[in-house]
Design a protein around this ligand. Structure first.
Ligand code: SF4
Length: 458
């Protein structure tokens, strides 16, 4: 175990300490938080001369940034690790590290299971990745799963050097103080800490200076931003501050907790045109009884009340959500209540999963597991109904003129541009690549389940 007290704080302005070009291959699993953590590691390692490798077999360093929120995600990590370890056994001189939530959860067990693994560190190791990699390169096997001091949490303010698009994530918070009974995040990412708003605004300014127009603020429960820090602004106030930075065209954020969605945030939807007309508000279940067992601390009625207030403030708000089916004790009636919510809340898309048992979670102790075939059947019913609703939503845009920010050419058709509406609908339309980064008015000609086709008007 490396002693963190000996580590220097992150040094954004440090000079490269090794001019030799080195190649790093990142493999990122899971959520946007992980994508952003990977960006921060890339920024830190760039100081030491690391460039992105074109392929894993060209890398001096392979870092897997892992997710353990569902069992399936964890299985994927094991399989990828097997592939990378084979490269090492074939003679490639590569340092292999596992970062993120699986690393935090398994720690020493990973090093024991994989004798050729060099480095294991949890999400709180990200600010110190340079030091950890240096240790591993010197031949030591390194384990770092300590949580850092919340009072002085070193939020890394380096900008991801790979940011070259029109959108970027900005971390405003780490960890979570909630204890939803199905969730492993508090065990893997630790308690909640809010990043100082001055740092957040500085980073937003820096990103805008690099051409970024769309800022996505990220945290596990953004609505509780600042509440633990005396003198800090609230999340709603932070939204107003970000919107006031010249050059910010759009603001998104994730993830919200329905219990903490206050009237001040609802008011921001009325006041701030830059706040996107899209909100991801995870409901998890439409049954108040199931929500109680999940320890979500809101009811179905409260959720719908919040949705109604939001729609009163922003009538065209596109709402997306997360749903878990087959949670222990979920009856047919409970599930029917969830299905009914699809129409009542009008979710335009959703991430839906069968409940999967995770270590260190309170739901492991709950009785009345739902048989797998029942959970599968419920998941499939939800997903079929969701696809119908998603298609109805995209088709509802047909013949309408929508404003998009053009994000780039399509991966499959270089002469086709991809633009995103404020409501998060991706519209593909023929256009000149010189328009990338501009706003455009597009007429939607055809809606598909998740995207739409259109033609440029202006
Ligand atoms: S709010 Fe609940 S689901 Fe979200 S990260 Fe915290 S514990 Fe997990």
């Amino acid at each position: 175990m490396i002693d963190l007290s000996t580590l220097a704080p992150p040094a954004p302005a440090a000079e490269p300490n090794d001019a030799t070009p080195k190649r790093v291959w990142f493999h990122t699993f899971g959520c946007q938080m992980n994508e952003y953590d990977t960006g921060k590691m890339r920024a830190q390692l760039r100081i030491d001369g690391y460039q992105d490798a074109a392929a894993p077999d060209e890398a001096d360093l392979i870092l897997l940034n892992t997710c353990s929120i569902r069992e399936k995600a964890q299985v994927k990590v094991d399989s990828a690790l097997g592939h990378y370890r084979r490269l090492k056994r074939l003679g490639q001189p590569v340092v292999i590290g596992v970062a993120g939530c699986v690393a935090q959860q398994e720690g020493q067990a990973l090093l024991t299971r994989y004798p050729d693994l060099d480095l294991v560190f949890g999400p709180d190791g990200v600010p110190h990745v340079r030091k950890l990699v240096e240790e591993a390169r010197s031949g030591r096997r390194v384990l770092d799963t300590d949580f850092l001091d919340l009072e002085a949490y070193p939020f890394v303010s380096d900008l991801d050097p790979s940011v070259d698009g029109i959108g970027a994530f900005v971390t405003i918070q780490k960890g979570c103080d909630n204890k939803c009974t199905f969730c492993i995040v508090p065990a893997t990412r630790g308690a909640e800490a809010s990043r100082p708003s001055t740092q957040v605004i500085d980073e937003v300014r820096g990103l805008v200076g690099k051409g970024v127009q769309e800022i996505t603020l990220i945290g596990q429960n953004v609505n509780s931003y600042g509440l633990k820090t005396p003198g800090e602004v609230t999340f709603a106030q932070l939204l107003y501050e970000v919107a006031a930075v010249p050059g910010v065209s759009r603001i998104r954020y994730t993830t919200s907790h329905p219990r903490d969605m206050g009237d001040d945030v609802v008011a921001a939807y009325r006041d701030l045109p830059a706040l996107a007309s899209h909100l991801h508000l995870p409901v998890q279940s439409g049954s108040s009884a199931v929500l109680r067992r999940m320890k979500r601390f809101y009811t179905r009625e409260h959720y719908l009340d919040v949705v109604n207030k939001l729609r009163a403030a922003r009538p065209d708000l596109a709402l997306t959500t997360d749903v878990i089916v087959g949670f222990p004790g979920e009856t047919d009636d409970d599930f029917d209540a969830t299905m009914a919510l699809l129409d009542e809340a009008q979710f335009v898309t959703s991430f839906s999963f069968k409940y999967s048992q995770r270590p260190d979670t309170a739901a492991l102790r709950l009785k009345d597991p739902v048989p797998d075939d029942v959970a599968s059947e419920r998941l499939s019913r939800w997903q079929v109904a969701q696809r119908v609703r998603s298609l109805a939503w995209t088709r509802g845009h047909e013949d309408q003129e929508v404003e998009v920010i053009i994000e780039g050419p399509s991966r499959h058709e270089p002469t086709v541009l991809c633009g995103r509406t404020s409501g998060n609908l991706m519209v593909n339309f023929p256009g000149d690549p010189s328009l990338v980064g501009r706003s455009a008015l597009v007429r939607v000609t055809r809606g598909f389940t998740n995207t739409a086709r259109g033609e440029l008007i202006a």
